[in-house]
Design a protein around this ligand. Structure first.
Ligand code: AMP
Ligand code: GLY
Length: 420
C-alpha cells in the first residue's frame, strides 16, 4: 500500500517512523517532510498548504491512503478534498475538525452533552465581553474563536489586561480568528492530554501524555508549541483515563455523529485536573506535537492498520508498551521568537546509539552531507525507559551528544512525574 503523509515536523517524523514499520506498507511518501523523514520515506517538495498539488501528486502516484497530520489542513478541509478525489484518508473532515477550529463550538457542545469545562460565554462585540469578564473575576481567560497558530489564548490577570486582550482581538490582533471570542473562567490545576482514535461511531483509547508548554525550566517564560513530553502521565491515573473516555471522548464523538459531523481520526483531549475533577481545556483534531513523539514509541499495534481501520469503521483496541517514553525538544536560540537558521548539527549518529533512544527531526534540512537546523523546534530526542527517571536520563545522555550553534533545551522534562 502506498501512503502519503502530509506535514513536516517532529510529529510527522514520529508518524513516518511508525508507518514505515507496517507490513501493509509498500512505499511511504511525505509532503514536504524534513531531513529525518527522508531517511525512511520519499519526501516530495509539495507544501502542506498546496492542496491542488497534493491531490495531483496523490492521483498520479496511485496513493492508497493519505494521513493528514496538522490542524490547518484539517480545518481547511483537505480530508474532504482528498476523499472527493477518490483518495482514502485519515481525517477528520472539515465539518468535524470544527472541534479544533472553533472554541465556541466546543464550549456549546460541552454544555449540550454535559461535559465538564470552565464557565464561559461567546461574544462578537467588546463591551458585553468586558462586563462578562468582570462578572467572572480575575484571572480570566480570553480566547479567539478560530485557529491562531497556538497563540489565540490570553490569560488576563487583571481587568486592565482583560480589557486590552478583548480590544486586541476585536481590532484584528489574531486576524479573522478573533472576530468572535470566548471569555471563560480561569481553571487551576495540572494539565494533561489524552488521545483517542475514532471511526465516527466507535472510539478506542490511545494513551495519555503531558506536554511542557513554557520555554523555560520550571514552566517559566513564554508559551511554545511544546518543549518536551512524556507518556504515560502519572497525573492521568487509570481511573482518570476511564473518565476521559466515558465522560469526555465518548459523549463528544456521539454528539458529533448526532450533529451530522461524524468524527473520523485522532481526537486530542486537553484536560485540566482541578480540585473538582477533570475539566476540558480544549480539543485538537490531531496528534499533539511533541506528544505524538512519545506515543509512537509506546504503540505496540501497527499504526497503519489502526488508522485504516478507523477510516473503514472497523476499529479494534490498540496495544501499548508498559515502558515510559520521554522526549526533549532541542530548539534554536530565540525560539519561540525569531532564531537563526542554517547551523550544522553534529552528533546525531552517536545520540541514536544511546539505548532506547530515537531522534525525531522537526526543523531540519539536508545540505550536501550536512544536516542543518532550519526551525525553531529542531529535534525531539526521545527515549524509552522502565521509569520516567530512566527515560529522562537516556534522553539527556543523547541530548548532550548533539550540538549546533545556538541549540538549547529544557533540562527538566518530566519534572512533575518525578516530583510525585
Ligand atoms: P488552548 O489553546 O485552548 O489549549 O489554550 C492554551 C493554554 O492556555 C492551555 O494549554 C492552558 O494552559 C491555558 N488555558 C486555556 N484555557 C484555560 C482556562 N480556562 N483556565 C486556565 N488555563 C487555561
Ligand atoms: N503540544 C500541543 C499541541 O500539539 O497542540
Amino acid at each position: 500500500m502506498k501512503v502519503l503523509l502530509v506535514g513536516s515536523g517532529g510529529r510527522e517524523h514520529a508518524l513516518a517512523w511508525a508507518l514505515s514499520k507496517s507490513p501493509l506498507l509498500t512505499k511511504l511518501y511525505c509532503a514536504p517532510g524534513n531531513a529525518g523523514i527522508a531517511q525512511g520515506a520519499e519526501c516530495v517538495p509539495i507544501a502542506a498548504t498546496d492542496f491542488p498539488g497534493l491531490v495531483k501528486f496523490a492521483g498520479e502516484t496511485g496513493i492508497d491512503f493519505a494521513v493528514i497530520a496538522a490542524d490547518p489542513q484539517l480545518v481547511a478541509g483537505l480530508w474532504d478534498i482528498f476523499e472527493a478525489a477518490g483518495i482514502r484518508s485519515l481525517g477528520p473532515s472539515k465539518a468535524a475538525a470544527v472541534l479544533e477550529g472553533s472554541k465556541g463550538f466546543v464550549k456549546d457542545l460541552c454544555m449540550e452533552a454535559g461535559i465538564p469545562t470552565a464557565a464561559y460565554q461567546r461574544f462578537t462585540a467588546p463591551a458585553p465581553a468586558k462586563s462578562f469578564a468582570d462578572s467572572l473575576g480575575y484571572p480570566v481567560v480570553i480566547k479567539a474563536d478560530g485557529l491562531a497558530a497556538g497563540k489565540g489564548v490570553i490569560i488576563a490577570l487583571s481587568k486592565n489586561e482583560s480589557d486590552k486582550a478583548i480590544d486586541f482581538m476585536f481590532e484584528g490582533g489574531f486576524g479573522e480568528s478573533g472576530h468572535a471570542i470566548v471569555v471563560e473562567e480561569f481553571m487551576e490545576g495540572e494539565e494533561a492530554s489524552f488521545f483517542a482514535l475514532s471511526d465516527g461511531g466507535n472510539v478506542v483509547a490511545m494513551a495519555g501524555a503531558q506536554d511542557h508548554k513554557r520555554v523555560g525550566d520550571g514552566d517559566t517564560g513564554p508559551n511554545t508549541g511544546g518543549m518536551g513530553a512524556y507518556s504515560p502521565a502519572p497525573v492521568l491515573s487509570p481511573a482518570l483515563e476511564l473518565v476521559a473516555m466515558e465522560k469526555f471522548i465518548k459523549p463528544t464523538v456521539a454528539a458529533m455523529a448526532a450533529k451530522g459531523r461524524p468524527y473520523l481520526g485522532v481526537l486530542y483531549l486537553g484536560l485540566m485536573i482541578t480540585k473538582q475533577g477533570p475539566k476540558l481545556v480544549e480539543y485538537n483534531a490531531r496528534f499533539g506535537d511533541p506528544e505524538c513523539q512519545v506515543l509512537m514509541p509506546r504503540l505496540k499495534s501497527d499504526l497503519l492498520t489502526a488508522l485504516l481501520a478507523a477510516r473503514e469503521g472497523k476499529l479494534t483496541p490498540l496495544q501499548w508498551r508498559e515502558e515510559v517514553a520521554l522526549t526533549v525538544v532541542m530548539a534554536s536560540k530565540g525560539y519561540p521568537g525569531s532564531y537563526e537558521k542554517g547551523h550544522v548539527i553534529t552528533g546525531l549518529e552517536e545520540a541514536a546509539k544511546v539505548p532506547g533512544v530515537t531522534v525525531f527531526h522537526a526543523g531540519t534540512e539536508r545540505r550536501g552531507d550536512a544536516i542543518v537546523a532550519v526551525g525553531g523546534r529542531v529535534l525531539n530526542v526521545t527515549a524509552l525507559g522502565k521509569t520516567v527517571a530512566e527515560a529522562q536520563a537516556r534522553a539527556y545522555q543523547a541530548v548532550d551528544l548533539i550540538h549546533w550553534n545556538g541549540a538549547f533545551c529544557r533540562r527538566d522534562i518530566g519534572w512533575r512525574a518525578l516530583k510525585r
